[in-house]
Design a protein around this ligand. Structure first.
Ligand code: BGC
Length: 375
């Protein structure tokens, strides 16, 4: 081997080591996040590297804040939420699920009924006659057990057999890690009896900044040729349909507000966007699901996932009831969610990718939120 190629190899090894070194420069610190009404204390973990500062509490394994740079290098918080755990606990009748891991079944199940292997199960119908987000006291309200990692934090929750009506003792792990400009979320779960699982993260993003008005001027791209139209209870009916020629076509970057008030039955049912898009690429495969760009700040979020769908929810039910971290009341469209997940009502729609988990199986899923800027 000549000197030159040895030099090139050495240099590239040094560059790799340098890259790994930079990526490993994550600090993780723990602080107090206040007390719940029952006296238990909540914790806050701050994950920080050169690009991101992410705050996560063990109450609902929630993302509380995401600090990232704008086009001028200025840090800003792009996630909606509260300053202490009581803000989250005080949301009574109008739960927003800010930043939460929703489970054990994120999204809706028709009439709260489903069957597995001939056994019928009924779970609480907490949303217009349907089950939503794992029931009235889902994973978003639980204090998860936290384990600090060199580059992040891992949360564990054991949900007993019969929790919110769901069968099987489910052990769920959610691991948040920082890798450069990206926050990785790794989910896994096991059960001791057949059950259904659909875990997602319910962060509301506003790339202009928390409390900085609405998201209607932000531009969205969704990697999906199809979506699942819904009935009045927001349950998919009639299977996936092409987005082509509808306000649901986000195959090209499009301002969210451009068509949100169109005379379209699906938009009217949901008061905006609150639908599942069928991602091109399929379940289990890591692919880009969405890109969100804010022309005001130059910030861009790229969402990648192994999940088969994404629920794009344009914050339609925010109504100014609650004021957040920045003191501003969260009005309609103050933030938007990109909930990577299986399709709603999968337990009752056998043509959808399955959400069943059997004893002895492990459910794995990964979603990546990467932040960058462009002018
Ligand atoms: C649902 C909305 C619901 C919201 C609750 C979203 O995932 O799709 O319909 O109102 O969560 O914050």
């Amino acid at each position: 081997m000549g000197m030159q190629s040895t030099g090139v190899i050495l240099l590239s090894m040094m560059m790799m080591a340098g890259t790994q070194g930079a990526m490993a420069a994550v600090s993780v610190t723990k602080s107090d996040f206040g007390k719940l009404k029952d006296g238990q204390s909540a914790e806050l973990y701050t994950l920080k590297d050169a690009d991101l500062e992410v705050k996560i509490t063990n109450y609902g394994a929630r993302i509380v804040a995401i600090g990232c740079k704008d086009q001028n290098g200025k840090m800003g918080d792009v996630a909606l939420g509260y300053n202490s755990v009581s803000g989250y606990e005080n949301e009574a009748d109008k739960k927003t699920y800010f930043g939460a891991v929703v489970g054990r079944y994120g999204n809706r199940i028709r009439n709260g009924k489903f069957s597995i292997d001939g056994h019928q199960y009924t779970v609480p119908a907490n949303n217009n006659g349907n089950a939503l987000h794992g029931g009235p006291h889902g994973f978003d309200e639980k204090l998860w057990i936290a384990k600090q990692l060199p580059d992040g934090v891992e949360f564990t929750l054991v949900s007993p057999d019969g929790d919110q009506g769901f069968p099987g003792k489910l052990t769920a792990h959610v691991r948040y890690t920082l890798v450069g400009d990206a926050l990785h979320i790794n989910y896994s779960a096991t059960t001791d009896k057949p059950t259904v699982v659909n875990l997602t993260n319910h962060t509301y993003f506003n790339l202009s900044g928390d409390g900085q008005g609405d998201i209607l001027g932000e531009e969205l791209q969704l990697n999906a040729d199809q979506y699942t139209p819904v009935d009045k209870g927001l349950i998919p009916v009639g299977g996936p349909k092409p987005v082509a020629g509808t306000p649901f076509d986000f195959r090209k970057m499009t301002p969210i507000g451009q068509r949100i008030n169109d005379k379209n039955e699906q938009l009217q049912i949901a008061g905006g966007y609150d639908h599942n898009w069928v991602l091109n690429g399929g379940a289990g495969q890591m692919k880009v699901a969405a890109k969100l760009y804010d022309p005001k700040s130059g910030r861009e979020l790229t969402v990648s996932t192994t999940e088969p769908g994404v629920q794009f929810y344009s914050g339609n039910f925010l109504d100014g009831s609650y004021a957040g971290k920045a003191g501003a009341k969260y009005q309609k469209h103050a933030g938007l969610c990109l909930e990577t997940q299986h399709y709603p009502d999968s337990p009752n729609q056998s043509q959808f990718p399955t959400t069943e988990l059997k004893a002895g199986q492990t459910m794995h899923s990964e979603t990546i939120f990467a932040f960058s800027t462009k002018k």
